[in-house]
Design a protein around this ligand. Structure first.
Ligand SMILES: *[C@@H]1O[C@H](CO)[C@@H](O)[C@H](O)[C@H]1NC(C)=O
Ligand SMILES: *[C@@H]1O[C@H](CO)[C@@H](O)[C@H](O)[C@H]1NC(C)=O
Ligand SMILES: *[C@@H]1O[C@H](CO)[C@@H](O)[C@H](O)[C@H]1NC(C)=O
Ligand SMILES: *[C@@H]1O[C@H](CO)[C@@H](O)[C@H](O)[C@H]1NC(C)=O
Ligand SMILES: *[C@@H]1O[C@H](CO)[C@@H](O)[C@H](O)[C@H]1NC(C)=O
Ligand SMILES: *[C@@H]1O[C@H](CO)[C@@H](O)[C@H](O)[C@H]1NC(C)=O
Length: 423
């Protein structure tokens, strides 16, 4: 009898410790990014939010999405992060949007608001009245509905518009490449030149595109049949900045970076080494964020509404300092700040997250937990004999539901605690 009690107590305590131990806790943004200094920029329909210092265990507003206070519907657009080409440029990053107006391809540059001193979120409406046209005398533009993706290489200043073109009743995917240059006479417009156009491989037709200024890579997501899994999976591939034209033209897929079991993920995009996606199952909409490479857990939130447009950017380093400090931003100071902020553990953590290291860490954790538990148990048992007041404080095998948590239960509980947050 006593032995069984001990056994169930041991197991429940092991599970409890497992719950507390860092390898299985809900991953905070601080931990996902390896820094406390980040700005999360979310574009939802026609408004944007910038969020900093998200509390551990809570969902950020963009991922929890309550319906917005603005009239939030607007014409469809594509968004990329527009960072200056010169790495040391004092100009803050902006959002570059591409859309259609009067049957012509247009764009706008949108400032990224930074939260005021005591706030953690800044909300703003996207100024839809602001627009400029691409300076090309092409008579035929792709329709917005034919655009497959828009990506920006901030190192060369090349903007790629990938779209379905129709010629003689046949669909032929194409890409237009524009050189975008800062126009110092007017901060809200860019000098742009159509450099070249080319036909792309049909492999890239059903794809979702994003670009990451930190890894200097383009990413695209494609649903494909996987022989390993025996069903369709959602795959994320990367293509280095400078190689896009070559890869698109030759049909080279790039490097497979990430596989998600569910092919129903939408709005898949990579930013600052993280994969963002939405799973829309009727009334249940969930947003996900997880590391692209590390086999570490990410975070997920329950969303309350759908979006026609959903873009997600995570800014750190110099781009973050420029947003925060404005004209006072100081590159030397910023670099020092981020060197100090980056915990040495990030490198160690990354190593331990390589598959075998991760398993070893868990095994070691369990062994250590068990040893500690046995020690505690011995002490507790001794005390239990003496102290009769703590009857009922420990789970017994009479009430198995109260005592043991299955991993699914733990996961569900954690999800509820981190998602039922009022913002
Ligand atoms: C975004 O737009 C869609 C369709 O226009 C609308 O149903 C949805 O409520 C909007 N989302 C937000 C957050 O306002
Ligand atoms: C919201 O904005 C859209 C586009 O700007 C406009 O067509 C629509 O009438 C507006 N709706 C409301 C309720 O103001
Ligand atoms: C406009 O078209 C003319 C004739 O096709 C061409 O010579 C010129 O370079 C084009 N200009 C631009 C900006 O594309
Ligand atoms: C939504 O989630 C609830 C609870 O998890 C589940 O019972 C329901 O079947 C889900 N609905 C859909 C359409 O997936
Ligand atoms: C979600 O929206 C529904 C109705 O639109 C509302 O009743 C409910 O409280 C919302 N839930 C959360 C968590 O905001
Ligand atoms: C920038 O920061 C560094 C280090 O904190 C400091 O030495 C330097 O004077 C600063 N430069 C300006 C222009 O403030």
């Amino acid at each position: 009898m006593m032995g069984r009690k001990l056994l169930s107590l041991t197991f429940s305590l092991i599970f409890l410790l497992f719950l507390i131990s860092p390898s299985s806790s809900t991953t905070s943004f601080r931990k996902l990014l390896g820094t406390e200094k980040y700005a999360i920029v979310g574009i939802s329909n026609c408004s944007s939010t910038t969020e900093i210092n998200a509390d551990d265990g809570y969902c950020i507003q963009h991922m929890a999405a309550k319906p917005d206070r603005f009239n939030n519907s607007c014409i469809p657009f594509y968004s990329v992060l527009y960072a200056p080409t010169e790495p040391e440029s004092p100009h803050p990053p902006k959002i570059l949007q591409v859309f259609f107006n009067d049957g012509k391809l247009a764009y706008r540059l949108v400032n990224i608001e930074f939260p005021y001193s005591d706030k953690t979120v800044a909300h703003s409406r996207i100024p839809t009245e602001k627009l400029a046209y691409f300076t090309t005398n092409q008579t035929i533009h792709p329709l917005i509905s034919d655009i497959i993706g828009v990506v920006y290489d901030h190192v060369s200043g090349f903007l790629y518009i990938i779209y379905k073109a129709f010629e003689d009743g046949q669909m032929k995917p194409k890409a237009d490449v524009y050189q975008m240059e800062q126009d110092f006479s007017s901060p809200n417009s860019l000098l742009n030149t159509l450099l070249y156009q080319f036909y792309i491989d049909p492999n890239f037709v059903d794809t979702v595109w994003s670009s990451d200024i930190y890894s200097k890579m383009f990413y695209y997501q494609k649903n494909e049949y996987s022989h390993d899994h025996g069903h369709i999976t959602s795959n994320v591939y990367s293509i280095p900045y400078g190689s896009l034209t070559y890869y698109l033209k030759r049909g080279i897929r790039g490097k497979l970076e990430h596989v998600t079991e569910s092919p129903r993920r939408e709005k898949v995009q990579v930013t600052n080494g993280l994969v963002y996606s939405i799973l829309n199952e009727g009334n249940n909409i969930t947003s996900f964020l997880r590391p692209l490479h590390r086999d570490a857990s990410g975070t997920s939130c329950v969303m309350n509404c759908t979006r026609t447009q959903d873009y997600f950017f995570v800014l750190t380093g110099w781009e973050f300092c420029k947003l925060r400090d404005g004209h006072d931003a100081n590159l030397t100071g910023c670099n020092m700040e981020f060197q100090k902020a980056a915990p040495e553990s990030t490198a160690a953590e990354q190593q331990s997250f390589s598959n075998s290291g991760f398993l070893w860490a868990i095994t070691l954790g369990i062994i250590i937990n068990a040893v500690i538990l046995l020690t505690i148990l011995c002490v507790l048992c001794k005390r239990k004999d003496v102290d009769k007041y703590d009857n009922g404080m420990y789970p017994t095998n009479k009430d198995p539901h109260g005592a043991l948590l299955t991993p699914e239960e733990i996961f569900r509980r954690r999800r509820t605690t981190s998602t039922l947050t009022e913002f």
